[in-house]
Design a protein around this ligand. Structure first.
Ligand code: ATP
Ligand code: MG
Length: 573
């Protein structure tokens, strides 16, 4: 069991209601002091940052209380699930910093679930219904009016058993019949109005192959899988609170039938607790919607850096430490709320400020010739790798007669308060010298192609012996030594802060057509030629960037330098 507790970036956890509950249970000896949680994704897509909240909670609680957390695939819908998603989920959990151990699957328990279903039938607690899904749904009633009994509700045990066995034997086509619990069609909680336990699906399953023509519903599989595994605290999101009485009903009935006595942890009846799901502005957190973006080519894939998936954020350059610190900070509550994405970004920025190497990149270069600097001369200047981390050391950067500067660090006619380079104005080049612009060279179309400057050799290291001051320090790279790169900037994927919250509109209507900005022709300092795949760096004065995992010479902007969260906080007072 991994535990990022030794990680200095993980803020201490607030003692939330889940942790209070676990602590109380441990003190009172409920579950004989055992603590076991689980993270139960359906492998029908890759994980997103909402799942990170659940992972941090479940694995975090287990680690803090000396318990166990299992990764369980709730794989009950074969058509939409795949092995790729399973292995992708395992990879993502590990990347986030948790060791999931051996993965479990609801499909491991299909046989047990089937036998338990037969037991319910035998006890008169389940029946086979020949009606189609629409009819069953129409008979469910509403919150104020009761449901209607199915005409098949009074079948005998023998008939039900024979039909259910026929379902398993593959004798009926898809949708011909279902198995339902017999509870109460007038139950005030619609979840308990004879819910469906099994559907007929002649579908290939990524693990059980063609063995099963029937599949349990999530409702039937979930609580029983928890019980089988020995889960004590079954933590899920708020929308499942109405399902809790149903899960308890199943386990109570199985307990009365003596079926829980034979479990690895005899009599184990997990308790379910619900917490608020993570929501973020400018984001959708639904695998279905994210899958739509992928299958319609609206993004490059599940790991597109604009995606709120863990693999997208990883490619974007988010450190897992920052995600964990964010989750610890927002805590766990019982009321839904939406967090500003800028808050998340501030955690990313803090982490990267502490840990990333500083490098120089010129994104939109303009050529500068230092006329009084000797041709062919190169000076290697010492530059600090990370002012926040003295152990990160220094590197050598080459200075020569021809440099690249950022085009927007120059204005031929400076605007008011523009203190960067302009004709006649003197600025400092970081780690190097003061330079002054003497001439602007243009082509026939009047476009600037080159700046002519002079430098003051007495200002080596960026200090003037006569004490004269400059207002600005600029970054630069030596033209002859520069490395070419493509740099990608990302804007919000959605134009609306709450894409989900517009009545009658699909959130995808608010996709930002300008979410990706490709900058080709960037010039980098030579040390960046050796950037490792996925290496995170700060481009000085520009932001935090991450080398692409696969393509050398491609960098993604992770987050800018400016703290937008501080501004929002100020606005909120
Ligand atoms: P989605 O709607 O994205 O498909 P889901 O809840 O259907 O999400 P699951 O694979 O069933 O996806 O989720 C696995 C676990 O992650 C569940 O316990 C679920 O409660 C939790 N989870 C999913 N989304 C969030 C979220 N936004 N915040 C916190 N936990 C979440
Ligand atoms: Mg789901």
């Amino acid at each position: 069991m991994s535990n990022p507790a030794g990680d200095p970036t993980s803020a201490p956890h607030h003692v939330d209601f889940i942790r209070e509950q676990v602590q109380r249970d441990q003190q009172e000896g409920t579950f004989a002091g055992r603590v076991q949680t689980r993270f139960p994704p359906e492998p029908n897509g890759y994980l997103h940052i909402g799942h990170a909240k659940s992972i941090c909670l479940n694995f975090g609680v287990a680690a803090e209380f000396g318990g166990l957390c299992r990764l369980r695939m709730d794989d009950t819908n074969p058509e939409t699930e795949s092995v790729d998603y399973v292995t992708g989920i395992e990879t993502d959990v590990r990347w986030l910093g948790f060791e999931p151990g051996e993965t479990r699957y609801a499909s491991d328990y299909f046989e047990q679930l089937y036998r338990w279903a037969e037991r319910l039938i035998g006890a008169g607690l389940a029946y086979v219904d020949d009606q189609d899904a629409e009819t069953i749904s129409a008979q469910r009633g509403g919150f104020t009016e009761p449901g209607t009994d199915s005409p098949f509700r009074t079948r005998t045990v023998e008939e039900n058993l024979a039909l259910f066995r026929g379902m398993r034997a593959g004798e009926f086509p898809d949708g011909a019949r279902v198995l339902r619990a017999r509870i109460d069609m007038a139950h005030p909680n619609p979840q308990l109005r004879d819910p469906v336990l099994y559907r007929i699906r002649h579908a290939h399953h990524h693990r059980t192959g063609d063995r099963w023509p029937i599949y349990p519903t999530y409702d039937w599989a979930h609580g029983q899988s928890d019980a089988i595994e020995g889960t004590t605290h079954s933590v899920c999101t708020l929308e499942f609170d109405a399902h809790r009485p149903l899960y308890d009903w199943f386990l109570d009935r199985l307990g009365e039938l003596g079926e829980l006595d034979t479990l690895a942890v005899p009599g184990n009846h997990p308790h379910q607790y619900e917490f608020a799901r993570l929501q973020l502005t400018y984001t959708v957190l639904s695998k279905r919607k994210l899958l739509h973006l992928v299958t319609h080519g609206l993004v490059e894939g599940w790991d597109d850096p604009r995606m709120p998936t863990l693999r997208g954020l990883r490619r974007l350059g988010y450190p897992p430490e920052a995600l964990r610190a964010f989750c610890a900070h927002i805590g766990v509550a019982k009321v839904n709320s939406i967090h500003e994405i800028e808050l998340l970004e501030s955690f990313v920025r803090d982490e990267l400020n502490r840990t990333s190497l500083r490098r120089t990149a010129v994104l939109r270069p303009i050529k500068v010739v230092i006329e009084n600097y000797p041709e062919g001369q190169v000076e290697w200047l010492e530059a600090v790798n990370n002012p926040e981390d003295p152990t990160a050391g220094t590197r050598q950067v080459p200075f020569s007669r021809e440099l690249y500067l950022e085009a927007d660090d120059f204005m031929e006619v400076p605007a008011p308060k523009f203190y960067r380079l302009s004709p006649g104005n003197e600025v400092r080049l970081r780690y190097a010298y003061f330079i002054r612009c003497t001439d602007v060279v243009k082509n026939d179309d009047g476009e600037i192609v080159e700046l002519r400057c002079t430098y003051d050799p007495a200002t080596a290291g960026g200090q003037s012996p006569d004490g004269r001051k400059v207002k600005t320090t600029l970054h630069w790279v030596s033209a002859a030594h520069a490395v070419d790169a493509e740099v990608r900037h990302y804007n919000r994927l959605f134009t609306e802060a709450h894409p989900d919250a517009h009545e009658g509109r699909d959130p995808l209507d608010f996709l930002n057509p300008a979410s990706l900005e490709v900058i080709s022709g960037a010039k980098l300092e030579p040390a960046l030629a050796e950037a490792a795949p996925s290496q995170r760096v700060q481009f000085e004065r520009l932001g935090y960037y991450c080398a692409d995992a696969d393509r050398p010479g491609l960098f993604h902007r992770t987050v800018g330098l400016r703290d937008d969260w501080a501004k929002i906080r100020k606005r909120q007072g």
